[in-house]
Design a protein around this ligand. Structure first.
Ligand code: 5GP
Length: 179
Protein backbone atom coordinates (compact mmCIF):
# COMPACT_ATOMS: atom_id res chain seq x y z
CA UNK A 1 0.00 0.00 0.00
CA UNK A 2 1.50 3.34 -1.11
CA UNK A 3 0.75 6.81 0.22
CA UNK A 4 1.87 10.35 -0.56
CA UNK A 5 3.07 12.67 2.25
CA UNK A 6 3.90 16.18 1.02
CA UNK A 7 6.35 15.66 -1.90
CA UNK A 8 7.42 12.08 -1.00
CA UNK A 9 5.94 8.62 -1.59
CA UNK A 10 5.87 6.02 1.17
CA UNK A 11 4.89 2.34 1.34
CA UNK A 12 3.59 0.31 4.27
CA UNK A 13 6.35 -1.19 6.38
CA UNK A 14 4.66 -2.19 9.67
CA UNK A 15 0.86 -2.63 9.73
CA UNK A 16 -1.11 -1.38 12.73
CA UNK A 17 -2.10 -4.95 13.69
CA UNK A 18 1.59 -5.78 14.26
CA UNK A 19 2.12 -2.56 16.24
CA UNK A 20 -0.88 -3.34 18.48
CA UNK A 21 0.46 -6.83 19.21
CA UNK A 22 3.97 -5.59 20.02
CA UNK A 23 2.70 -2.70 22.18
CA UNK A 24 0.75 -5.20 24.30
CA UNK A 25 3.90 -7.33 24.74
CA UNK A 26 5.96 -4.31 25.82
CA UNK A 27 3.22 -3.20 28.24
CA UNK A 28 3.29 -6.66 29.83
CA UNK A 29 7.08 -6.47 30.25
CA UNK A 30 6.84 -3.03 31.86
CA UNK A 31 4.01 -4.15 34.19
CA UNK A 32 6.13 -7.13 35.33
CA UNK A 33 9.45 -5.27 35.58
CA UNK A 34 8.02 -2.37 37.61
CA UNK A 35 5.61 -4.38 39.76
CA UNK A 36 5.35 -2.77 43.23
CA UNK A 37 6.74 0.56 41.97
CA UNK A 38 5.10 3.62 40.40
CA UNK A 39 7.22 4.61 37.40
CA UNK A 40 6.96 7.96 35.63
CA UNK A 41 6.44 7.47 31.90
CA UNK A 42 7.79 10.43 29.96
CA UNK A 43 6.51 10.80 26.41
CA UNK A 44 9.02 12.57 24.19
CA UNK A 45 6.87 14.79 22.00
CA UNK A 46 5.73 15.03 19.37
CA UNK A 47 6.48 11.68 17.72
CA UNK A 48 5.65 9.36 20.65
CA UNK A 49 2.11 10.56 21.34
CA UNK A 50 0.26 7.63 19.75
CA UNK A 51 2.71 5.00 21.00
CA UNK A 52 2.53 6.36 24.55
CA UNK A 53 -1.28 6.51 24.43
CA UNK A 54 -1.61 2.89 23.23
CA UNK A 55 1.10 1.67 25.62
CA UNK A 56 -0.25 3.19 28.85
CA UNK A 57 -3.72 1.76 28.20
CA UNK A 58 -2.24 -1.75 28.41
CA UNK A 59 -0.11 -1.24 31.53
CA UNK A 60 -1.58 -2.87 34.59
CA UNK A 61 0.35 -1.18 37.43
CA UNK A 62 -0.02 2.40 38.71
CA UNK A 63 2.01 4.83 36.60
CA UNK A 64 2.40 8.58 36.20
CA UNK A 65 2.47 10.09 32.72
CA UNK A 66 4.19 13.30 31.72
CA UNK A 67 5.89 14.85 28.69
CA UNK A 68 9.03 16.54 27.44
CA UNK A 69 9.43 18.07 24.02
CA UNK A 70 12.58 17.84 21.96
CA UNK A 71 13.06 18.17 18.22
CA UNK A 72 16.00 17.03 16.17
CA UNK A 73 14.84 16.65 12.56
CA UNK A 74 13.42 20.05 11.56
CA UNK A 75 11.20 18.74 8.77
CA UNK A 76 13.80 16.93 6.61
CA UNK A 77 14.51 13.25 6.15
CA UNK A 78 17.90 13.10 7.86
CA UNK A 79 19.25 14.29 11.17
CA UNK A 80 20.58 17.81 11.55
CA UNK A 81 22.41 16.81 14.76
CA UNK A 82 20.90 19.88 16.40
CA UNK A 83 18.57 19.26 19.30
CA UNK A 84 16.00 21.89 20.13
CA UNK A 85 14.66 21.83 23.71
CA UNK A 86 11.04 22.95 23.44
CA UNK A 87 9.77 22.16 26.91
CA UNK A 88 11.00 20.42 29.98
CA UNK A 89 9.59 18.01 32.56
CA UNK A 90 7.49 19.83 35.11
CA UNK A 91 7.69 17.28 37.95
CA UNK A 92 10.37 16.51 40.54
CA UNK A 93 12.01 13.25 39.42
CA UNK A 94 14.45 12.84 42.32
CA UNK A 95 14.44 9.16 43.36
CA UNK A 96 11.74 8.26 40.79
CA UNK A 97 11.87 5.42 38.25
CA UNK A 98 11.75 7.10 34.84
CA UNK A 99 10.74 5.39 31.58
CA UNK A 100 11.45 7.63 28.57
CA UNK A 101 9.08 6.78 25.72
CA UNK A 102 10.44 7.58 22.25
CA UNK A 103 9.04 7.10 18.77
CA UNK A 104 12.40 6.21 17.21
CA UNK A 105 16.07 5.99 18.17
CA UNK A 106 18.23 6.75 15.14
CA UNK A 107 21.75 8.03 15.94
CA UNK A 108 20.96 7.91 19.68
CA UNK A 109 22.04 11.53 20.15
CA UNK A 110 18.63 12.91 21.16
CA UNK A 111 17.98 10.30 23.84
CA UNK A 112 21.56 10.57 25.14
CA UNK A 113 21.13 14.34 25.47
CA UNK A 114 17.90 13.93 27.43
CA UNK A 115 19.27 11.18 29.71
CA UNK A 116 22.31 13.30 30.62
CA UNK A 117 20.04 16.26 31.34
CA UNK A 118 17.76 14.19 33.59
CA UNK A 119 20.54 12.41 35.49
CA UNK A 120 21.57 15.71 37.10
CA UNK A 121 18.17 15.67 38.84
CA UNK A 122 19.03 12.34 40.52
CA UNK A 123 16.22 10.01 39.39
CA UNK A 124 16.15 6.55 41.02
CA UNK A 125 16.52 4.90 37.60
CA UNK A 126 16.16 5.73 33.90
CA UNK A 127 15.21 3.33 31.13
CA UNK A 128 14.20 3.96 27.51
CA UNK A 129 11.29 2.42 25.65
CA UNK A 130 11.28 3.08 21.90
CA UNK A 131 8.81 1.89 19.30
CA UNK A 132 11.47 1.87 16.57
CA UNK A 133 15.25 1.46 16.50
CA UNK A 134 17.64 1.80 13.56
CA UNK A 135 20.57 -0.25 14.92
CA UNK A 136 22.86 0.56 11.96
CA UNK A 137 22.42 4.31 12.49
CA UNK A 138 23.40 4.25 16.20
CA UNK A 139 26.44 6.46 16.81
CA UNK A 140 26.66 5.75 20.54
CA UNK A 141 25.62 2.98 22.88
CA UNK A 142 22.40 3.63 24.79
CA UNK A 143 22.65 1.25 27.77
CA UNK A 144 19.35 2.56 29.16
CA UNK A 145 17.48 1.19 26.11
CA UNK A 146 15.46 -1.68 27.57
CA UNK A 147 12.30 -1.93 25.46
CA UNK A 148 12.29 -1.85 21.63
CA UNK A 149 9.23 -2.41 19.46
CA UNK A 150 10.81 -3.02 16.05
CA UNK A 151 14.27 -2.75 14.50
CA UNK A 152 14.43 -1.10 11.09
CA UNK A 153 17.03 -0.56 8.36
CA UNK A 154 18.12 3.05 7.81
CA UNK A 155 14.97 4.04 5.88
CA UNK A 156 13.13 7.26 6.63
CA UNK A 157 9.70 6.40 8.05
CA UNK A 158 6.45 8.18 8.87
CA UNK A 159 3.12 7.29 10.46
CA UNK A 160 1.79 6.32 13.90
CA UNK A 161 3.02 9.65 15.31
CA UNK A 162 6.10 10.19 13.12
CA UNK A 163 6.02 13.03 10.61
CA UNK A 164 7.50 14.35 7.40
CA UNK A 165 7.16 18.14 7.29
CA UNK A 166 4.63 17.77 10.17
CA UNK A 167 2.40 15.54 7.98
CA UNK A 168 1.76 11.81 8.15
CA UNK A 169 1.49 11.51 11.95
CA UNK A 170 -2.09 10.23 11.60
CA UNK A 171 -1.23 7.31 9.30
CA UNK A 172 -2.19 4.12 11.11
CA UNK A 173 0.89 2.00 10.38
CA UNK A 174 4.60 2.76 9.84
CA UNK A 175 5.42 3.70 6.22
CA UNK A 176 8.90 3.85 4.68
CA UNK A 177 10.09 6.24 1.99
CA UNK A 178 10.13 4.73 -1.50
CA UNK A 179 13.22 5.29 -3.64
P1 5GP B 1 18.45 10.58 16.91
O1 5GP B 1 18.87 11.73 17.78
O2 5GP B 1 18.41 9.25 17.60
O3 5GP B 1 19.27 10.54 15.64
O4 5GP B 1 17.02 10.90 16.36
C1 5GP B 1 15.91 10.80 17.12
C2 5GP B 1 14.79 11.66 16.56
O5 5GP B 1 14.95 11.89 15.15
C3 5GP B 1 13.47 10.96 16.71
O6 5GP B 1 12.85 11.23 17.93
C4 5GP B 1 12.69 11.50 15.52
O7 5GP B 1 12.09 12.72 15.88
C5 5GP B 1 13.73 11.76 14.46
N1 5GP B 1 13.85 10.65 13.50
C6 5GP B 1 14.84 9.73 13.37
N2 5GP B 1 14.61 8.87 12.36
C7 5GP B 1 13.40 9.24 11.84
C8 5GP B 1 12.60 8.71 10.77
O8 5GP B 1 12.90 7.73 10.07
N3 5GP B 1 11.42 9.37 10.55
C9 5GP B 1 11.00 10.44 11.26
N4 5GP B 1 9.84 10.98 10.94
N5 5GP B 1 11.74 10.97 12.27
C10 5GP B 1 12.93 10.37 12.56
Amino acid sequence: MKTQVADLTFELSIPYSSIEKRVTEIATHISNDYSGRVPVMVGILSGSFLFLADLVKQIEIPIEVTFAKLASYYGGTSTTRKIRDDFDLTIDIKGRDIILVEDIVDTGNTIHYLIEKLKVREPGSVTVCTLLLKPKALERAVPELKYTGFELPNDFVVGYGLDYKELGRNLKGIFKKVG
